[in-house]
Write a protein that binds this ligand. Structure first.
Ligand code: MN
Length: 245
């Protein structure tokens, strides 16, 4: 399987001045492109050639892990940014407050972890199978999926993420990055939604999963494999619609 560059949900100049066009040109256009190219060069002829990217991240180490995880991490990072930030959805604010005391306390702890991480790496908000939230700091290409956790949000604290715009001032970069986070996307991942089959009215509840078809409790609908079909009528995932609550 050939891995490809993710499309950005904004124009490359849209995040300026918090994140400049030049940073996007280098960080997305050159650094991420190199990880994608390296991964595509490394996997032919290995057991990972046809494996989905997240499986490669969970199963490998060494050069394949480094390039696969950097591809996954950057794709996730860039797609969680927005030039038009909305207010944090109420349910997400409640969940963060329950876990960390308040939204401000969450942001303080996350910022401390991001500014304090020694060397290159990533800081994550992640959830376990029961939905319990934690802040996880990982060096180099680290990703909490290797600990069985589900990523909800990340910031890249490699120098290449901020040196063009902020030179050595990582704290200034992290402070600006908070204003680019797409809270709706974080909420969509943090609060898994129910989905209904439009043909037979079967409702997929992420809390229950669907163990009979191999989907573990706690699996968000978005993360069910694309070849999964409705356990009642056999229609594909595209036939499902989100249940509005
Ligand atoms: Mn990076």
């Amino acid at each position: 399987m050939k891995h490809t560059m993710p499309e950005l949900p904004y124009a490359p100049e849209a995040l300026a001045p918090k994140m400049s066009r030049e940073t996007l040109d280098y960080h997305y256009g050159k650094h991420l492109q190199t990880y994608v190219d390296n991964l595509n060069r490394l996997i032919p002829g290995t057991p990972y050639e046809e494996m989905p990217l997240d499986e490669i991240v969970r199963r490998t180490d060494g050069a394949i892990f480094n390039n696969a995880a950097q591809t996954w991490n950057h794709t996730f990072f860039f797609r969680m940014l927005t030039p038009s930030q909305c207010a944090m959805p109420e349910k997400l604010a409640e969940k963060l407050s329950a876990a960390f005391g308040s939204v401000e306390a969450f942001k303080d702890q996350f910022t401390k972890a991001a500014v304090g991480l020694f060397g290159s790496g990533w800081v994550w908000l992640a959830a376990d199978r029961e939905g319990k939230l934690s802040i996880v700091a990982k060096t180099n290409a680290g990703n909490p999926m290797t600990d069985g956790l589900r990523p909800l949000l990340t910031v890249d604290v490699w120098e290449h993420a901020y040196y063009i715009d902020y030179r050595n001032r990582r704290a200034d970069f992290v402070a600006a990055w908070w204003n680019l986070v797409d809270w709706q996307k974080v909420a969509d991942r943090a609060i898994p939604r129910r989905y209904k089959c439009t043909a037979c009215d079967y409702v997929y509840d992420p809390a229950k999963g669907d163990p009979e078809t191999g989907i573990a409790p706690g699996t968000p609908f978005e993360e069910i494999p694309d070849d999964w079909t409705c356990p009642i009528c056999g229609l594909y995932k595209e036939a499902f619609r989100r249940v509005e609550e």
